[in-house]
Write a protein that binds this ligand. Structure first.
Ligand code: DQA
Length: 146
């Protein structure tokens, strides 16, 4: 069975509680549960991990080389400046989809750049928790094509 890595970066553990007007009231646990439900319907498995630490996120991307068919990555603010994370995405062979709950390009100027995006296969943002669902749907379709 295909396994998909779902990787949530800094501060996303507080989703549902922090800035709900921006990120919504749905908790990270709810998002992971919904992703697992969609995965089940599509006959795949998801492994959902969260870390507030850049190095740990990089380690998780590396470790998934042995088992992941693809990944969703919400790098949080690291998306805007972490070249190390971008290099990690570029280093793995499996496709990575960048995900954001909000639409960073419509917010503060520093959010308008994603340094991770050029290493990703696609980007889904602005749909709240649904960004993850749309991204998983799209990733699985891409994997079926390949
Ligand atoms: C975010 C957008 C980032 O700019 C921000 O730093 C986050 C969350 C999102 O999902 O909308 O932590 O990645």
């Amino acid at each position: 069975m295909k396994r998909i890595l779902i990787l949530h970066g800094p501060n996303l553990n507080l989703t549902g509680e922090r800035e709900p007007d921006v990120y919504g009231y749905t908790t990270l646990n709810d998002i992971d549960t919904r992703l697992a439900g969609l995965a089940r319907e599509r006959g795949v498995e998801v492994t959902c991990l969260q870390s507030n630490h850049e190095g740990q996120l990089i380690d998780m991307l590396h470790e998934a080389r042995t088992w992941a068919s693809g990944a969703l990555l919400n790098a949080g603010a690291l998306a805007h400046y972490s070249y190390a994370l971008r290099d990690a995405v570029a280093a793995v062979a499996y496709p990575v989809i960048e995900v954001h709950l909000s639409l960073p390009a419509a917010r503060e100027t520093f959010r308008s750049i994603s340094v991770v995006a050029p290493a990703c296969r696609a980007l889904v943002s602005g749909f709240g928790w649904r960004s993850y669902m749309l991204a998983l749907w799209g990733l699985l379709d891409l994997l079926e094509d390949s």
